[in-house]
Design a protein around this ligand. Structure first.
Ligand code: IMP
Ligand code: MG
Length: 182
């Protein structure tokens, strides 16, 4: 039987390590959004696993919504094109929006989403990302909350995919080179 883990070269963040990072973020956000009207906006699909853990580590009232965009094709490089696949249900007026992303890479996706949502006049809008690859940034954008900085390597698991697979790995790792068909 082919196991997903057979394709992994190296584990970078174990389940336990990720749980620690996410619960710390949740605690910080709970403190800083005390008394505010927090709306978590998860960017599908990569951030679903992070979102589901993060929201449960937030101890203040909050609402959630989801948005789907595509910035990547099936490969590993950004197309530079961001398309809205699914828009939000909630009107942002009066909300303190916190965008929840899996990884901030070139920054193209988030800067586009940020501009789009800002135009809808929320009370405030900030960014939260589990992973940050600052070396890869092509646009000037910084997240207000960063789980951890990662090196310039393609990572999978905990929501992050390669060709729509590996999202269901409970940890984050690097694929064996042969998986890329190299
Ligand atoms: P950006 O627009 O280049 O910042 O790309 C952000 C999106 O690219 C993320 O939401 C991911 O879907 C995808 N991405 C960037 N780096 C990785 C990676 O190392 N593994 C998996 N997906 C990635
Ligand atoms: Mg992806």
């Amino acid at each position: 039987m082919h196991q997903l883990t057979d394709d992994i070269e190296k584990v970078l963040f174990s389940e336990e390590k990720l749980a620690g990072i996410v619960s710390k973020m949740g605690a910080t956000i709970s403190k800083e959004y005390q008394g505010k009207n927090l709306l978590l906006v998860s960017i599908l699909k990569g951030s679903v696993v992070f979102m589901s853990d993060l929201m449960r580590s937030i101890t203040i009232p909050c609402s959630i919504d989801f948005m789907a965009v595509s910035s990547y094709g099936s490969g590993m490089k950004t197309s530079g094109v961001v398309k809205i696949i699914k828009d939000l249900d909630i009107n942002l007026k009066g909300y303190d929006v916190l965008i929840v992303e899996d990884i901030l890479d070139s920054g193209l996706t988030l800067s586009y989403i940020l501009e789009l949502l800002q135009a809808r006049q929320p009370k405030s809008i900030r960014l939260c990302t589990l992973f940050d690859k600052p070396d890869r940034r092509t646009v000037d954008i910084k997240a207000n909350y960063v789980g951890t900085v990662v090196p310039d390597e393609f990572i999978v698991g905990y929501g992050l995919d390669y060709d729509e697979k590996y999202r269901n790995l409970p940890f984050v790792g690097i694929l064996k080179p042969e998986v890329y068909g190299g």
